[in-house]
Ligand binder design. Structure first.
Ligand code: NAD
Length: 245
């Protein structure tokens, strides 16, 4: 029986790379995204046996329904990848809007909690499963003007470790991946708007180039695989050496 996984934010960027990578090694997938049409097109591209579900990860009812549909389709769930996320406004803290700050925490942190809680409700009685959460270098090192995003991504690290301790005795592993800068639509839009300088960023990265979404997908594929059976509560940095600098 092929393993099954639910991936949030799977219609684009890193989430789509994770979906392609897992599907290529035989996983059946529930592609969860705000953008229903894009998720459906991606599921069709992967072929038969995959599912597209519209859900906002920050809305409890959406998350419960997405989990219900995935479990009904697959008869269980072996892995969840909490990838959905929104970028920061890159505003100085004194100019940050409280509503925007809350929104970023809602999607990037509360969303991870809600999806993980539903996943745990499925996995705990079965005493098996694995959860991988997308953090970021912004949650580990200080980056200017990442007040909300950095706080959310640091929260993801703490939540990952807490759940790893709690679920470990039931055989459920929980890990995080912390990407550095990845060449996605999100990052390209930030450069277009003049909010980041990719030339400067490349010079700051020891390996000298930005990650491709597939680089992050490979790390996730390892963490959900049996090869990582003794790995839990860890944060795997995939950042070209950013934190070593
Ligand atoms: P992206 O914007 O390219 O794709 C994000 C996907 O998530 C989109 O398909 C979008 O529709 C979906 N989404 C957004 N809000 C959602 C919600 N509330 N509910 C469900 N789906 C939602 O983003 P990306 O660059 O691929 O980033 C993916 C993850 O990786 C995010 O958690 C991000 O913070 C993290 N990350 C990205 C980078 C980077 O450089 N791109 C670096 C570090 C961490």
């Amino acid at each position: 029986m092929s393993p099954s996984a639910l991936i949030t934010g799977a219609a684009d960027g890193i989430g789509w790379a994770i979906a392609r990578t897992l599907a290529a090694t035989g996983w059946r997938l529930a592609l969860v995204d705000l953008d229903e049409g894009a998720a459906a097109a991606r599921a069709a591209e992967l072929g038969a046996g995959h599912l597209a579900v519209r859900a906002d990860v920050s809305v409890e009812e959406d998350v419960a329904e997405a989990m219900r549909r995935a479990v009904a389709a697959f008869g269980g769930l072996d892995a969840v990848v909490n990838n959905a996320g929104i970028a920061d406004t890159h505003l100085p803290t004194v100019e940050q809007d409280a509503a925007r700050f809350r929104k970023i925490l809602d999607v990037d942190l509360t969303g991870v909690f809600l999806v993980s809680r539903e996943a745990a409700r499925v996995m705990l009685p079965r005493r098996s499963g694995s959860i991988v959460n997308l953090s970021s270098i912004a949650g580990i090192t200080g980056l200017p003007r990442r007040n909300a995003y950095g706080a959310a991504k640091a929260g993801v690290v703490a939540l990952t470790r807490s759940m790893a301790c709690e679920f470990g005795p039931a055989g459920i592993r929980v890990n995080a991946v912390a990407p550095g800068y990845v060449e996605t639509a999100l990052v390209k839009a930030l450069e277009r708007d003049g909010r980041i300088d990719l030339g400067r960023i490349r010079r700051r990265i020891p390996l000298g180039f930005l990650a491709q979404p597939d680089d992050i997908a490979q790390a996730v594929a390892f963490l959900v695989s049996p090869a990582a059976r003794y790995v839990t509560g860890t944060v795997l940095s995939v950042d070209g050496g950013w934190q070593a600098f």
